[in-house]
Design a protein around this ligand. Sequence first.
Ligand code: SF4
Length: 406
Amino acid sequence: MSKREAKKPSYGHDPANVDESLFSQRLVDWYRERARDLPWRRTRDPYPIWVSEIMLQQTRVETVIPYFERFLEEFPTLESLASADSDDVVARWSGLGYYSRARNLHKGAGFVMERHGGRFPETREAALEVPGIGPYTSAAILSIAYGKPHAVVDGNVIRVLARLYRLEPPEDRRVPSLETLAGTLMGDAPPADFNQAMMELGATVCRPRQPECGICPVREFCEAHNTGDPERFPFPKKKPELEFLEFALFLVRSKDNHWLLEKGAWPHIPHLWLPPIVTAGDTEEAGDAAWSRWLRSRKTGSLGLLSWEELGSFKHSVTHRRMTFRVFETVCEAHDDRLTHRATSSRVLQDRAVEDHTDEVGAREGISQKWVPTDAIGRIGHSSILKKALSKRNQLSLGLPRGDRG
Ligand code: SF4
């Protein structure tokens, strides 16, 4: 049975009135004429396509382009990525967010080196075994790099399909069927062009707000356009309730300008180097208590605290979480593991439990700590949270010190 004869899924509107070959021809012609010239579209090599597809998840094209180019300069081949240090990979990702993508990409590169001799697998089954590769990414890489007829279904494609057929909710449960539907529309069109055309149409013409139906190459096939209500589709997903969280963030600096950073300690971003972050309220006591709790949990002793200053606060949002960070700068005696217990601040001396502990750094399992000199901060994988916190110190720009107080 050819793809054209495959059973069509049936939704609110019957797609039977769509001539797939005419649809895909109009769409692909439009794409070939109007497609944006993007760096990852100039190749059929699966490796850069893979990198671009991972970077483009949750991130806008304009944002991705410079990261993509820098990443490939640093790791020009799958082999170079696979053999890189994971901190270096995350460092090249710094600023893009959603860092588990970088870690999975790195892991995936190692997997492909080991299992497939460095060449991205050509079958869907094998592609789905690669760490970090799901149904969307596998369809995108296999169709664009190898011309395999797997239809992609991302947010843009869902929107186009929902409008073409006036699909009613709940859509999420239909995603496998949406892939079938998109595959039916693809028909015998070149998969690489068809898939990219669908995504391009959703990104540039069939936008969430004010779709430009007047210039849409497939408007004659579109039910929502015909009924004049495209913006009704797709139905919005129920948004998770907003969660408001408050934290104290400690810029722990030694006298000789090294900064204490941790990895694996803060559950919201476990894979990046961050300053110590502790849940806290907005009172002065809350900041003190947070510092003491952090010291106790790390068994670091007092760190020889010399001074303590609250620098202000900033906000940071990740998905439905609205986070407020109070930033404290704490200047300490030493920056190495031989931490002094000579606490000069009464706020620490008052906390007897602190003095009872050892001077071991990184005492808790799964948490890494290191002291980083100011001029090296920009070279490690850091979150924008660190950048925002450091911006509270006027004299310091990330990795480019412009004088210091200490
Ligand atoms: Fe989207 Fe309008 Fe084109 Fe329909 S006609 S696919 S709503 S841009």
